[in-house]
Design a protein around this ligand. Structure first.
Ligand SMILES: Nc1nc2c(ncn2[C@@H]2O[C@H](COP(=O)(O)OP(=O)(O)OP(=O)(O)O)[C@@H](O)[C@H]2O)c(=O)[nH]1
Ligand SMILES: [K+]
Ligand SMILES: [Mg+2]
Length: 366
């Protein structure tokens, strides 16, 4: 039996198993088995070239954004509009056959844009070039899911399911569950709030499927079985912000447009006419949570023209120093910071201090 067959069998069994108290731990076990098989399917083999062979490109800039969507929704038209980098666009499907990189400079930050080939339903299971395409998207800091507003919005669900099946978690943060392995003592579960989706038996069933029979599990959210599996499978999960670019609004009525504005994380645009692409870029900026850090040479005005841009989670004073030059750390004595990250203006801080957007910094050397 192939992995795909095994997955189909488990999905069939799950679909005919009623969810109730008696079956819940069995369902938990099935979900864990399913997650393991899916990981197996998606792990690149040397021969299969799963992870973007021939599709990945050199990464430039502070962040990369990928365009994902069905064929001919206007990904390449959007890419060319935003970056000025021409990516072939045409009325036939699968015009784009490989990754086409471009660049946008926004608020002083260089952001790489990756135009990708169209995907089709079943891409995560290896249909078309979908797996390679989604593998590239999985390494991006933001994904634009491009949708054609003339097509049914069920397409949105289909694409989300494709990404989810590949371990991408859309507009989500990692579940607040901490698993600490032990040598003995069995499974102990503690939670800071009532758990309405799982019980201890389900947690045990999942843990045993992963051969973890001794562990402390601290749950600090109303977790589901899927959340628990995501934490166990953390290495193969990517939590990526997504913006739905609802393209071709030039082809619909004002009334239809009003409805589109109710969709969360969406931005109605027309790539062809350049309508509302400013809004799209603003939303991108908000979701990327980049930090512009201005350097102030001692006794002079800050240089506002060329910020050092850092990504969230990599925005300490040490990250700032390393972004300028590897050797700065060696001579570092203290940093003097003005801005949102400090209480006193200015404040002297060390290497581990976390900087915020638009902070101003002076590095004092030894
Ligand atoms: N009306 C309208 N048509 C558009 C818009 N954007 C793109 N198109 C048209 O849609 C068709 C497909 O555009 P592409 O940019 O090639 O689409 P794609 O998603 O890159 O397609 P593939 O690379 O084949 O997956 C072309 O005929 C474009 O002219 C838009 O905003 N409005
Ligand atoms: K096309
Ligand atoms: Mg294209």
């Amino acid at each position: 039996m192939t992995t795909v067959d095994k997955i189909a069998n488990i999905e069939r069994e799950m679909s005919i198993t009623q969810k109730n108290k008696a079956t819940s731990s069995h369902l938990g076990l099935l979900k864990a088995k399913l997650a393991k098989l899916k990981r197996e399917l998606l792990t690149p083999t040397t021969s299969g070239g799963g992870a973007g062979v021939g599709f990945d490109v050199a990464r430039t800039g502070v962040a990369s954004c990928g365009f994902i969507g069905f064929p001919s929704v206007g990904k390449s038209t959007l890419m060319s509009r935003l970056t000025g980098q021409h990516s072939e666009a045409a009325a036939y499907e699968f015009t784009t056959l490989t990754t086409v990189p471009g660049q946008v400079v926004y608020n002083g930050a260089k952001i790489q844009m990756l135009d990708l080939p169209g995907i089709i339903q079943g891409a995560k299971d290896g249909k078309g070039r979908g797996r390679q395409v989604i593998a590239v998207a999985k390494t991006c800091h933001l994904i634009f899911i491009v949708l054609d507003v003339n097509k049914p919005l069920t397409d949105k669900r289909v694409i989300e399911a494709e990404l989810e099946g590949f371990g991408i978690r859309v507009n989500k943060s990692p579940p607040n569950i901490k698993i600490t392995k032990k040598d003995k003592g069995g499974i102990s579960v503690t939670s800071t709030q009532p758990l309405t989706h799982i019980d201890n038996d389900e947690v045990r069933a999942v843990m045993l499927e992963y051969k973890m029979s001794n562990a402390d599990i601290a749950i600090r959210c109303d977790a589901t079985v899927d959340d628990l599996i995501d934490v166990i499978e953390a290495k193969s999960r990517s939590y990526i912000p997504v913006i739905y670019a609802l393209n071709k609004i030039d082809a619909i009525s004002i009334e239809e447009l009003d409805l589109l504005y109710r969709i969360p994380d969406a931005c109605p645009i027309s790539s062809e006419h350049g309508w509302n692409v400013d809004e799209l870029m603003e939303q991108m900026w908000d979701k990327l949570k980049l930090k512009r850090i201005y350097t102030k040479p001692k006794g002079r005005m800050p240089d506002y023209s060329a910020p050092v841009v850092l990504r969230e989670g990599r925005n300490t004073v040490e990250d700032f120093c390393n972004a300028i030059h590897k050797t700065i750390i060696e001579d570092f004595r203290v940093a003097v910071v003005y801005g949102r990250s400090v209480k006193h203006q200015p404040q002297r801080v060390g290497l581990s201090h976390v900087l915020e957007d638009e902070d101003i910094i002076t590095i004092v050397k030894k």
